[in-house]
Design a protein around this ligand. Sequence first.
Ligand code: GDP
Length: 444
Amino acid sequence: EMFGQLTSGLEAAWTKLKGEEVLTKDNIVEPMRDIRRALLEADVSLPVVRRFVQAVSDQAVGVGLIRGVKPDQQLVKIVHDELVKLMGGEVSELVFSKSGPTVILLAGLQGVGKTTVCAKLANYLKKQGKSCMLIAGDVYRPAAIDQLVILGEQVGVPVYTAGTEVKPSEIAKQGLEEAKKKKIDVVIMDTAGRLQIDKGMMDELKEVKKVLNPTEVLLVVDAMTGQEAAALVTTFNVEIGITGAILTKLDGDSRGGAALSVKEVSGKPIKLVGRGERMEDLEPFYPDRMAGRILGMGDVLSFVEKAQEVMRQEDAEELQKKIMSAKFDFNDFLKQTRAVARMGSMTRVIGMIPGMGKVTPAQVREAEKNLKLMESMIEAMTPEEREKPELLAESPQRRKRVAQDSGKTEQQVSQLVAQLFQMRVRMKNLMGIMEGGSIPTLSN
Ligand code: GDP
């Protein structure tokens, strides 16, 4: 399985935090060691690993506790966000020329999958409604030209060839003219690959680049080469100037080093990834999806994200003050109830929530129904009544009016008012315990 080893290496880190209440400088030492080891074993380059571990540690100890989220879950989220950042954050889209054909120059060592990528890329762009043409520039291997012609036929894209006796830069020039004549949208040029970087290859690429003035210069690298891929991207960028990389063979048992190192080491993004031999197996590189795949904990991630969101939406401190001074009113009640309902509906998606135990879908539906009921009654209250629930507690006439305006019974309104006062008492008690220094912990 792709990244399987990295995934299980990281899992060791979360396990060490089971049973902890908060993340501290001390209790993250071991998990950070696991993370470091997992990344090194995945062949991520050492400086990248160092920076990564530092960034995660800094955040882990500085982070505020999110209510209901356990330290191991919180660390998963921090590592996830740092992985996304490491891989460039956003997806890096291909750039298209605004005037004349978009020209994509492909470079790469032999055997990395460059010829295959040519055809895959044409196939991918054709599906987006763009007309494409391939140019066969690998003049040293007649077989490479034949292969490109065959693949071009397979995906229904014309291939410009000029044999092996013409210089690649000349082929590029002719091919581009042909494409302009035919009003082709995207031209993709295949170039010769060597077993290793050599001056001849670089000079040839530079010449071809000068002739084509390409919109994109993409280096095709093999994911199986790990951090070596990042070093190659750097070298090609320094030598000829590239706009990004295409990572191939991600379907093999790649350890992840290439995907994690390329952007950080070279400064150039991975734009596309190949994950198979079929023509359909090329897709954009999505850092967030990749990070999610590496961690293999989609449920935890979405849970922490939603808990953070719920936290943000409440002004916790203000709420606490209000509770302490017994001013918790119907506006706060509504806010609180909505937050709880949101947490509840999450359980349907992920089937887990600390402190709430198992919640059945029926219970969630019931809670959502209750929320609607309360909302309609609270909406029928005047702003004054919402802020001073005492007004309703003292006046049957007011309760009657709310009942009529919301289409509910007087009994339902009385129940709601009583519930608010019960909640005030409960919260005051809870706050008392917290003030006393022993914070009640939630458990499953
Ligand atoms: P080139 O020498 O760089 O032009 O490499 P080729 O395009 O000829 O590809 C070399 C081999 O790698 C071929 O057998 C391809 O089918 C295979 N290949 C290319 N891309 C991928 C990929 O994403 N996944 C897998 N599994 N194989 C690939």
